[in-house]
Design a protein around this ligand. Structure first.
Ligand SMILES: *[C@@H]1O[C@H](CO)[C@@H](O)[C@H](O)[C@H]1NC(C)=O
Length: 192
């Protein structure tokens, strides 16, 4: 493509983005450097980050709030939806605030996760996912949202994603920074 046409295209895209921005209400930044001591969780940035039927709030984060040892998330999964199958080498503690579901837990000792254990989780239950064990949290209820408070160690989280339970651990794909941390890292350099 001629450079002129390329630039014109880029200008049109910028113009369009400008127009859209002027019509849309200003979105709350997803990575606010909010240093206030007490925050209203209900007003913090919430997004699906492209995961169907899922909502995530970084209640207290490494990149957004400067934590070094732990991070706290509030996540909601709608009926019938689930997290991806994944593993990480940090510790993870869940407290189920609402709803019920299933923790699917694979093995880190076989070459691949294998047939997962199915562990019921329910309102007011708490559980810890063993380090490096592939797992998936499922809202198996037909009506009610599943809401969990999650605490992880050693943020920001480095997540390895599996397509299914028979995918070898070595084939799981590292997604780093994970979707909710992407906005908080420095913007990539302009390639022009
Ligand atoms: C969970 O705890 C709350 C507060 O104590 C209580 O109102 C609710 O009934 C409990 N839920 C279940 C399923 O036990």
């Amino acid at each position: 493509m001629a450079r002129g046409a390329h630039l014109a295209g880029a200008c049109r895209a910028l113009l369009l983005a400008g127009l859209l921005a002027s019509f849309l209400p200003a979105a709350e930044p997803s990575c606010p450097r909010d240093t206030s001591l007490v925050k209203d969780v209900g007003r913090m940035h919430q997004s699906s980050y492209g995961i169907d039927g899922f909502s995530h709030i970084t209640v207290a984060g490494a990149l957004a709030h400067g934590l070094k040892e732990v991070e706290v998330w509030l996540q909601t999964i709608v009926p019938g939806e689930r997290t991806p199958i994944h593993r990480h080498s940090c510790e993870e503690v869940f407290v189920v605030l609402k709803g019920k579901g299933t923790l699917l837990l694979g093995s880190s000792t076989l070459k691949y996760p294998g047939q997962p254990q199915e562990i019921p989780i329910f309102q007011n239950s708490t559980f810890t996912v063993p380090v490096n064990d592939p797992h998936q949290v499922v809202n198996s209820d037909e009506h009610e949202d599943l809401q969990v408070l999650v605490v992880i160690s050693r943020p920001p989280v480095k997540i390895f994603l599996y397509d299914d339970w028979s995918m070898p651990h070595t084939a799981a794909k590292l997604k780093f920074p994970f979707v909710w941390d992407e906005d908080c890292l420095p913007a990539p350099k302009d390639e022009l």
